[in-house]
Ligand binder design. Structure first.
Ligand code: ADP
Ligand code: MG
Ligand code: MG
Length: 875
């Protein structure tokens, strides 16, 4: 016999596959001794069996359900259909992954015309009993029998209007009785049937409806958007009812164990007195912040707080908890990992670590790239924001900032997006049907609903900024417009939305530049402790170096000295150098250049604050520096005091058919050793001076680019060393330095053992090495690569993700050969591909010491490297 049913007391949190997330957690909380109403779970296997066998519950399943119902009766002393003490249950779906709002719940099942009277007299609260009954009729009609909820709601609205009332809780017992009879009429009119009076029949129909709902359109969309398999099925939880709608000492609410927007510690949520089920989320009345409960019902608040803390520690995660208070007694109805913003995710993990809830390894492991990325995302520029006045405000439901054109339906938004617009979805409130529309929007604004409303939860989950509950906003969805006082938002009106402050502005607001946050500093220290491969920055200007350091670089892996000559006055000096006619003229320019370069290097060392610094000698693809046309030649001639013809002739002479394979790197060093000598002297003198002034110890790493051959490297190294030694002798000082090479040419990989005899370190330049190894020009490749990706020839762009089979194999070979000769050989990799998360595993196999990448990629790279190390250690 198969087992299709488990009591809550029999399961545990590990059984999410079988019991669904909700069921597994209800079981776990029961095991922990928390006040969970008793119940049982019909398994996901039963669901799949049902769906695959003609949508029918088998007798075996039914029998097991009945046995469990009997056990429920024993525990509660209540029975289905009993006229003294009727058993009422909720029927709740719950699959492995939480799918908020996807499959609906039926409450108060077990009520009928007889038991409702019993409930009324037992509770001495007729109003309550008939409120429960009308809810059952409504939910059963909607969820199980597929009637539109608005058919039911419109009756309540009409009744309130008739009586001049605003809120549901103002309706009396007689009102609800009237509603009950109207609802029964709806069953007859719409379905030509009676509401089923037999609780068992109600139960089977509800279970079948939940199973069937696995395949409804909303559920499918949600699964598709979140990459959840269609083969999991949903479980059904059947649970004794507790009543938050019993009166003024009852209520229901939703709390997060920490703030899901910002991550601050402390309960965060909302509750409603005298309410049931989803009243809080549905926006029937405006809920009160959970902190008010501390004053209203301090005992229950403290109990709830203690339970949340307990659950957090137990699950080692922030929890999203549903609770109900029935006549002052607290019940917990659900717990699950809470959805949170990226900002909150980072903050919470760090706090967990600092509070001793999780280990440092768990912290490293659990930080996700997307959260880190989003935490680094820009907000509106603060100064620009100050000058603007918002015309609308609401609850800051999901932080971030975005600008887009307003659209009033998911479909219109989707169409606009397809036309290439950035859109802001503006709605009264959202529902699961809107999910696709939300997913493609930059921001979501609603006029109704609180912090736990559908729009708020979904937007936070998707990392989309959102402002909800904008009370002054009147959305006229059918007319494709909205009003805020006198001001109108039309389709296409550009809005800027600040999800962190809850403010909305007309027009576009510029975004702020990305900065680093306090939490990042702490993370960097932790990553540094774990990552086996260090991360340095590609940076040469003081600003880039500072950004790199602020974003966690342990040093500079690549300072490109040619970048120091892009600025206008520098460019002129540089042109004078390459256009010089004689050694004497060159030496004269070099003397001037040495002064500026030395200053450059001093700034660099100071910004790097003693961290290792690799400076690459000039590698100018000449075409980037030569005058580009006759007019530029004329200008340059004038500025350099040469004739036009002289400059033109020299430029033509130097012009190359293929500059990428031309007079680059070491070719320049061989032809004009005095240039590299000048740079080396500037590097050394700057280091000596900064060492004196700042008391950093500095060991410059001088890097020679574009080496082809060991003899070539040795030749230039010797020239450089002579200059350095002479300089040090002259200044009567000493300094440790290293001279190494970039490995960017396939031949250098093959002769790496020879080169390693002369080089102190290798640094792979993957951009050039990829260009050379694949024979694809860096400048022209996008067209080709896109095509190859489309056709499926390439899985990834080799300039973005390291090409392991080709470029990677060359690197491996070079490292093996190099280290055979020089086991101490320090090895770095610079180039964007190295920092890509998909390249990291391979870098581990290579056994390199550091990677170097552009400053903004550093946090992500460090995170990935630390995670990879922790995973290696743990596995
Ligand atoms: P969802 O997965 O959409 O959150 P739930 O099954 O958790 O659906 O339930 C919807 C609402 O009904 C929640 O507010 C929940 O607290 C409430 N509810 C569920 N079961 C019970 C019960 N046994 N007693 C009282 N309220 C319940
Ligand atoms: Mg729901
Ligand atoms: Mg729930």
């Amino acid at each position: 016999m198969n087992r299709w049913v488990y009591l809550f007391s029999e399961g545990s949190k590990e059984q999410r596959d079988l019991l669904g997330g909700k069921g597994a957690n209800l079981a776990e909380m029961t095991k922990l001794g928390l006040p969970v109403p008793t119940g049982f779970t019909v398994t996901t296997e039963a669901c799949l069996y049902y769906l695959n066998h003609g949508d029918q519950l088998t007798d075996e399943v039914k029998n097991q359900v009945m046995t469990a119902v009997e056990q429920l009766s024993v525990k509660t002393g209540k029975k289905f259909g009993d006229l003294n003490n009727p058993l009422l249950v909720s029927v709740r779906s719950g699959s492995k992954f939480s799918m908020p709002g996807m499959m609906d719940t039926v409450l108060n099942l077990g009520l009928n015309d007889q038991t409702v009277a019993a409930l009324a007299s037992n509770s001495q609260n007729e109003r309550f009993a008939y409120d429960c009954y009308r809810r059952l009729l409504q939910m059963f009609g909607n969820v199980v029998l597929g009637l539109d909820n608005s058919i039911f709601e419109s009756r309540i609205t009409a009744l309130k209007k008739e009586n001049g009332l605003s809120f549901d809780n103002e309706l009396t017992a007689d009102h609800w009785k009237q509603i009950v009879s109207e609802y029964k009429g709806i069953y007859r009119e719409e379905l030509q049937r009676e509401f089923p009076q037999d609780p068992i029949e109600q139960l089977y129909l509800a279970i079948e409806a939940v199973f069937g709902s696995w395949n409804n359109a909303r559920a499918k969309t949600y699964r598709r958007l979140h990459g959840i398999s269609d083969d999991l099925g949903t479980a059904v939880n059947i649970q004794e009812m507790v009543f938050g709608n019993f009166g003024e000492t009852s209520g229901t609410g939703v709390v997060f164990s920490r703030n899901p927007s910002l991550g601050d510690p402390g309960l965060f949520g909302e509750y409603l007195i005298n309410a049931q089920g989803e009243d809080v989320v549905a926006g029937v009345r405006t809920p009160k912040p959970i902190q008010v409960l501390a004053e209203d019902m301090p005992e229950q608040f403290n109990q709830l707080k203690a339970i949340c803390e307990n659950l957090e520690t137990h699950y080692q995660d922030m929890q999203d908890v549903e609770f109900t208070i029935e006549r002052e007694k607290l019940f917990i109805l659900q717990t699950r990992s809470g959805k949170r913003t990226s900002k909150a995710a980072l903050r919470i993990l760090l706090d967990f670590f600092n509070e001793g809830i999780i280990s440092e390894e768990a912290l490293v492991n659990r930080i996700e790239g997307k959260d880190l990325e989003a935490a680094l995302h820009p907000n509106f520029d603060e100064a620009a924001l100050k000058r603007r006045v918002s015309f609308l405000s609401g609850l800051a439901a999901s932080p971030g900032a975005a600008t887009g054109a307003a659209y009033f339906s998911a479909d219109a938004a989707t169409e606009a997006k397809a036309r290439g617009e950035r859109v802001v979805l503006v709605r009264e409130e959202t529902s699961p049907e809107d999910i696709e529309g939300i997913a493609i929007s930059e921001a979501v604004i609603t006029s109704r609903g609180g912090m736990t409303s559908h729009a708020a939860v979904v937007a936070r989950g998707m990392g989309i900024c959102s402002v909800v509950g904008c009370e002054r906003l009147t959305v006229m969805e059918n007319e494709n417009k909205a009003m805020v006082g006198d001001e109108m938002i039309e389709e296409g009106t550009v809005l800027s939305v600040d999800g962190s402050s809850g403010k909305v502005y007309f027009g576009e607001i510029p975004m702020e530049e990305v900065g680093h946050t306090v939490a990042l500093d702490e993370l960097h220290a932790i990553w540094d402790r774990h990552a086996a491969i260090k991360v340095r920055a590609n940076a040469e200007t003081p600003k880039d170096i500072e950004t790199g350091m602020a974003l966690g670089a342990v040093g500079i892996g690549l300072a490109r000295t040619e970048h120091m000559f892009f600025e206008k006055t520098r460019l002129l000096q540089f042109r004078r150098l390459i256009l010089a006619d004689s050694l004497a003229e060159r030496l004269e320019v070099l003397k001037e250049l040495k002064t500026v370069q030395k200053q450059d290097f001093k700034y660099m060392y100071e910004a790097a604050k003693g961290r290792p610094t690799t400076i690459r000698l000039l590698d100018p693809p000449l075409h980037e520096f030569l005058p580009k046309n006759a007019e530029e030649c004329r200008e340059v001639a004038k500025e350099l005091g040469k004739t036009f013809n002289e400059v033109k002739r020299k430029t033509d002479n130097l012009a190359e058919v293929n500059p990428m394979l031309g007079f680059r790197g070491l070719r320049l060093g061989v032809a004009y050793p005095e240039i590299y000598q000048m740079q080396a002297e500037a590097i050394i003198e700057a280091a000596c001076e900064v060492r004196e002034e700042q008391a950093f110890s500095i060991q410059p790493e001088i890097m020679i680019p574009f080496t082809i051959d060991a003899g070539e490297f040795a030749h230039v190294r010797q020239a450089i060393e002579e200059a350095i030694q002479k300089n040090l002798r002259h200044n009567q000082t000493t300094l440790d330095y290293q001279i190494g090479t970039m490995i960017e040419i396939p031949r250098a990989c093959f002769v790496a053992d020879q080169i390693a005899q002369y080089a102190d370190f290798f640094s792979f330049g993957t951009n050039d090495l990829t260009q050379m190894a694949l024979g694809l020009s860096r400048d022209d490749s996008p067209r080709i690569v896109t095509q190859y990706l489309d056709v499926g020839i390439f899985e990834d762009d080799p300039f973005q993700v390291l090409d392991k089979a080709g470029v990677g194999a060359l690197m491996k070979l070079a490292i093996e050969r190099g280290r055979k000769v020089n086991p101490q050989l320090k090895i770095g990799v610079c180039g964007e591909a190295a920092a890509h998360p998909k390249s990291i595993d391979f870098l581990y196999e290579l056994g390199i010491d550091y990677i170097s990448c552009s400053p903004f990629r550093i946090p992500q790279a460090k995170m990935t490297l630390a995670k990879a190390t922790v995973e290696n250690v743990l596995s």
